[in-house]
Design a protein around this ligand. Sequence first.
Ligand code: XBP
Ligand code: MG
Length: 242
Amino acid sequence: MLRALIWDVDGTVAETERDGHRVAFNQAFEALGLPWRWDVAHYGELLQVTGGRERLLHDMAARGDAPTAAPEREALARELHRIKNAAYADRVAQGGITARPGVRRLVDECRAAGVRLAVATTTSRSNVDALFGSFWGEGWTGIFGTVVCAEDAPLKKPHPQAYRLALQRLGLAAGEACALEDSPNGLRAATAAGLACGVTRSAYFADARFDGAVWVRDDLESPQPMTLEALQAALAGNIPDL
Ligand code: XBP
Ligand code: MG
């Protein structure tokens, strides 16, 4: 029996990475007078590293023009990340990012059927506030009653901490919930927490392997709508034509 649906955010609820976070990181580099810019292809490689601050530190480690001392590097990453998140929130507020196909419909179906909605993400809380506030309004926390972000679960995906904490806060066993993800790291995190996980591939992970997913598709609408009924059938092992 499905009691809750646990959503990843970046890539799953919306295509936030290429035109959201990436652009905002570049705005942060510019704001601090740094010549660094992350193009679309390089950012795709950097997405192997989850967490924006961790991504910055990883990139700095490969640069000759980054601070050499660790404390300086960490301070710079923290400042860049703060500026990036503010720029991201501005982009979202301007309406620059839309929900992926079927997301709003499936959320509405869950609400109507009494299936609880939760979030398990590696992203900072401010980014979820900005995005979900723009999609569902200021009262979005009344819709997604359980929200686990980077601040709650510092061990980032593929570590299962965010999903384990979401289940704990929901008061549910893994078998009573299902996760929705877009990336191999996210899938690994969900399955390591014992959850069944469906995958809607996002742009950066269109060709990735998703071994262990309950189902894998391009989005929640095609080839036909992933309804709550279809989701439950898939969880029961009945996956006729997804
Ligand atoms: C999301 C991330 C995040 C975002 C940026 O992964 O890895 O780092 O890219 O957000 P997932 P922050 O979708 O698997 O949760 O800069 O706040 O980290
Ligand atoms: Mg994701």
